[in-house]
Ligand binder design. Sequence first.
Ligand code: SAH
Length: 471
Amino acid sequence: MSPSKSPRPEPSSSAPKRGSARTAAGAPPARNSAGAPAGPPVDAARPQIRPKAEGWQQPMDAEGRPKLQFAQPKVKQPPKHLADMTLDERTARATELGISGFRAKQLSVHYFRHYTSDPEQMTDLPAETREQLVEEFLPPLLTEVRRLKTDDGATIKFLWRLFDGAMVESVLMRYRSRITLCISSQCGCGMNCPFCATGQNGLTRNMSSAEIVDQIVQANRAIAAGELDAPNAAEIAEEADHAALGEETDFAESEESAAAGKGASSSSGVGPQRVSNIVFMGMGEPLANYKRVMNAVRRMVDPAPEGLGMSARGITISTVGLVPAIRKLADENLPITFALSLHAPDDELRDELIPVNSRWKADEAIDAAYHYYKTTGRRVSIEYALIKDMNDHQWRAELLAEKLNARGRGWVHVNPIPLNPTPGSIWTSSEPEVMRAFVNRLESLGVPTTLRDTRGKEIDGACGQLAAAEE
Ligand code: SAH
C-alpha cells in the first residue's frame, strides 16, 4: 500500500458537495490515473447506479419519501417473563403470589444458568408450586420452527415463532475463540432500507426484552446439547487468511470482545461453551425499541442468576443512526460496542440507501458516533456494505476518511462488508479488487479498516438477509 503512488486525481474536497454526486456518468470527477502501477480498477469507467428498491415496492409516505415507521402498531404484547424483570421484581411478584421469594431465585438459576424452562427438571422446587411458578414466570416465548446449518455445523440459523405468530430469526456462529449470536430486536423493521430484506414487510411489532434474551438462552441450550460444531480446518484456515489480510472474521472482534469470549470459555481451552458475543444485527432497528433493548442488555450483563453475566464489551448495538437515541445510549454507562450503519458518506446517496437520513444527516450521525466515543471511551465502528457501482467509489472512501479524520484519530474503525444478495434484488456486492481498493484507500488515509467476512450466506443468514418467512 503506497498512498503517495495511488491515483488521486482530485483532492478529496472535490468529492461531490451536494448536487454533483450524480453526474451523467455518475461518478464525480474521480478518475483513474492511466499510470497507476497495477492500480485497481478504480472509478474511471464505473457508473453511479441510482439506488432503487428492486423486486419489491418500497412503501412511500405522503411526500413521496420512503416511509419510516418508528412506533409499533397497536398489537397484543407477549406475556411477561422473568427475563423482563430484575431479580427484585421477580421476588416481589412471587411474594404477591404467596410463594416464597426465594423460589424466584431458584427459578432464575434454572433459566439463566441451566437454560431450562422445563418444570420436570426443577427437582429442587416443591412439586406443588413448580407448575404454577413456570406458568407465571416462564411462559413459552420462542418456538423453534426451523433450524438451518451451514459451515459444517459451525453456523446455525434459527427461525422462531412468537406467541402471536410473528416470526424472527437469529444466527449462531462458532469461531475459534468465541461464539457470536446475531439477534433480532423487532419483528420486521420500519427503517425501509432498500437493500435489506428485513424492512420489506415493514414493522410488525417490537420484541419484548424477554423475547430478545430468550434467543440467547435457547442458543446456549443448543450449544450445551452439543449442537453447534467447531469450525472445521477449512474455516479456521479462512479465518486465518482473513486475519492475514487484516480482515476480521466477525464484526465484534476486538481485544475486549476476545476477552469476553475467554470469560465464557471452559478451562480446557476448547473455546467458549456458551454465547460470548452478541450483535444486534438481526431483524429490526434496536434503537427504535430502545427501552426493551436496554432492559434486555441489562439482563445479558447482570450476573447470574439475575441475568446471563455476559461482558458488555462483547455486545454490539448497530443502528441506522437514530441520533437522539445514540446520545442516550452514550449516557447508559455501559461499555457496549457501538456500530453505525453509514453505507455512504454523502447525504445524496445516503438519503436513498438509508431513508432515516431524511431525519438525521450523515454528518449528524457521525457526530453522534463520535460523541459515543468521547463519552464512553469505546472505539466505534462504521458499517459500510459495499454495493457494486453504488457506494464503492474511491472518492467515497476519500470523503469518508476526510469526515472521520476531521473529528479526530483513533476513535473509529470502518467495517466494510460485501453486500449480501436479497430476494428479488439485482444489486450485488462490489468486485473483490474494488473492495480491496476501497479498504486500501481508507487505510492509506489513516483510517483503520477491516473487511468483514460474512457467515451464513448459503442459508440466507447473513446481514440483511433475514426475512423470517416460513417457506
Ligand atoms: N437496523 C440495524 C441493525 C440490523 S442490520 C442497522 O441497520 O444497523 C445489521 C447490518 O447489516 C447493518 O449495517 C445493515 O445495514 C447491514 N445490512 C443490511 N442489509 C444488508 C445486505 N443485504 N448486505 C450486507 N449488509 C446488510
